[in-house]
Design a protein. Structure first.
Length: 295
């Protein structure tokens, strides 16, 4: 092999090695909390085209119907456990994603699930299962639902921790937790961190202690009916071929590595591969060129 080709191949290999850590991980786990039903799932259940509650109508007016059709994707591709670093106060429900910004609205008319202190059966609809850990928190007593949700609003002790596996019975993860004594309206916050990928999923579910409301989760027929309108692919990161648009810069780290980690590594890899091919063509001997032309 001519030295020029060896040099080009070595340079391309080194470039690819640098790019691999920057490429976004393949998303293989998606879902939403169905009990207590999450905000995005509750609005999807009402019907993206004809929502019933005022808050869901306002969500569609603000952000369109796509966030609802993509109910099973509220994620950060390269979270890697850095949830508090990448998600600033007031952006917990959207995971700081511009697409889901309406989920952060501090309102008291979100569809809510009536709960009581004690044992509670959580249910998560997983459209793709994967190994990881679901950690579920609840807001502290005295939480004000008219104020944006902050990390400090969450009780430090999880109400449930559940190790997920690569299989989910009938497409659901079900597990039991314990809700503490509370009064009034609160938020149940779930973080699902994958163990085989830095990707993580997030959700907010509104609950009322001592209430009688019963928010509805999507039925399987409703899920099937809207599937063709979804941009969520289990071979990628949904409709986000580019890095997810953030609603604001992460408050704790303005130079967060998230944008770099999700940069267009695919395009750079293709450029490097193209450079190797061009180098090979330029350095082919006349005899090799004639042989290819006669083939």
């Amino acid at each position: 092999m001519p030295s020029s080709i060896r040099r080009a191949a070595t340079a391309t290999a080194l470039t690819a090695a640098v790019l691999v850590p920057l490429a976004p991980s393949v998303a293989s786990a998606h879902g939403a909390v169905f009990n207590p039903v999450s905000r995005v799932a509750a609005c999807y259940a009402e019907g993206p085209e004809t929502p019933k509650s005022q808050v869901c109508k306002d969500l569609v007016a603000d952000s369109g119907t796509q966030p609802l059709y993509d109910w099973n994707e509220v994620n950060i591709a390269n979270a890697d456990g850095r949830h508090r670093l990448l998600i600033p106060d007031g952006r917990l429900c959207s995971a700081n994603r511009e697409k889901y910004r309406a989920l952060d609205w501090a309102r008291t008319d979100w569809p809510a699930t009536a709960v009581a202190a004690g044992s509670f059966d959580f249910k998560v609809r997983a459209t793709a299962a994967h190994a990881g850990t679901m950690t579920v928190y609840i807001t502290k007593q005295g939480f004000d639902p008219t104020q944006p949700l902050k990390w400090s609003d969450l009780d430090a002790t999880p109400v449930a921790t559940y190790p997920t596996t690569r299989t989910a019975t009938d497409g659901h993860y079900t597990f039991t937790g314990t809700l503490p004594a509370r009064t009034g309206r609160h938020i149940v916050y779930k973080v699902w961190q994958r163990s085989d990928s830095p990707e993580a999923f997030y959700s907010c579910s509104d609950v009322t202690f001592g209430g009688t409301t019963a928010a509805s989760a999507p039925t399987e027929s409703e899920i099937a009916a809207g599937a063709e309108r979804s941009t969520v692919s289990h071979a990628g990161h949904g409709g986000d071929e580019r890095p997810p648009a953030l609603a604001s810069a992460p408050a704790a780290s303005p130079d967060s590595p998230l944008p770099l980690a999700l940069a267009g590594a695919g395009a750079l890899t293709a450029f490097a591969a193209g450079g190797l091919l061009l180098s090979r063509r330029r350095n082919a001997s006349p005899a090799q060129a004639r042989t290819k032309a006669q083939a």
